[in-house]
Design a protein around this ligand. Sequence first.
Ligand SMILES: Cc1cc2nc3c(=O)[nH]c(=O)nc-3n(C[C@H](O)[C@H](O)[C@H](O)COP(=O)(O)O)c2cc1C
Length: 416
Amino acid sequence: MSLRFLTAGESHGPALTSIIEGMPANVPLLASQIDQHLARRQMGYGRGGRMKIETDRATISSGIRHGLTMGSPITLTVENRDFASWGDVMKPEPVERYAYDSVKTRPIQIPRPGHVDFAGLAKYGPRDFDGQPDMRNILERASARETTMRVAAGSVARRLLEECGIWIGSHVVSIGTIEVAYGDIPDARSLNERADASPVRVLDTGAEAQMIEAIDLAQKERDTLGGVFEVVCDGLPVGLGSHVHWDRKLDGLLAGALMSIHAMKGVEIGLGFEAARRRGSAVHDPFERGHNGKILDRPRNNAGGLEGGVTNGEPLVCRVAMKPISTLMNALPSVNMISGESTAAHVERSDYCAVPAAGVVGEAMVALVLVNALLDKFGGDSLDEVRERVNLHRQKTRDLAREWNAHTAQAHTQPS
Ligand SMILES: Cc1cc2nc3c(=O)[nH]c(=O)nc-3n(C[C@H](O)[C@H](O)[C@H](O)COP(=O)(O)O)c2cc1C
């Protein structure tokens, strides 16, 4: 593993932290470049009140000097402004018993369907001051507030990718039953600018209005919505990942990383599940003699840039399905873990739809996996070293294409 990262922090604790280890030295990186993506994660139609409280800003406390990475571990911290309003509830220090007289101070004893509340209670056994079950500890770490630090770490990773001419963007392709029609794969470099201009991060204005209407309706009916977002990456060199072993296949690594995001329930690469419905002739991407410095051209990219777990030089396309938000204002039936009585599930302040924000988290996870794959293939301790090796590889591929094209052109002109 060339690049590793960890996140730490609770939803309403003092702060969130990430440590990123393995970034080469001399990559230009400013806190504002991280903040830009943190702000994108906080956007999106259908978010709850929390996003209005927090304006996430990253503090860099190691690994970057004078705007350049140092090659040492990078530590990023984002303060939870909301911590200040939680009194003793989230204090790291021991506290005297407090009154259970508000939504914040009351122990959580009724699990929410769709959350880890019950399984976490069974596994870790957290208790309140009276020794009764209290799921607060579980909920605090399981919260998608954690994705703040994935986005922060991903912003570091994407700086290296950008310096190597690799671009990542995302957009929403469905919310509930409202879908954007399949079209051409968007250009990754300009994708975020276009998607971020829409409150639901969608490229189709017709679908945008219907999606907003669907979110409004769900909110009015105290319900929630999920959807699908697509992450696109351009500029990847051929040959990242490997076909030789299960844990080196890039499709598996990407799917695992994307599925690890809160509420993600499916990942498709390229045509994905649709490929299973079609015949092979309508799925696999034919080869044609290459142009513009390529050995071969592909008239379509149903494979989504990966064959055999290896990048094939086409844009990478991943689609990710997010389930509807689990916390329902019109709470589903649950059971009080102390009295055993049937009752409505616990309710916390919550989003109604977070698919637009989830796409930004998806970009971050893809960036982190790709940097790891890039460094696994090319190595390098500094930006110059990595870039030189990537460029040499690209040059070799172009030379090979030129040779190949000259050779095949000659073969074509020779009389048989
Ligand atoms: C960006 C983002 C925001 C989310 N916001 C909420 C939320 O406000 N309320 C909620 O109940 N779940 C929210 N979730 C989803 C839950 O965190 C997730 O469903 C829960 O932790 C259970 O994990 P699982 O769905 O992966 O099994 C959000 C997820 C993401 C990616």
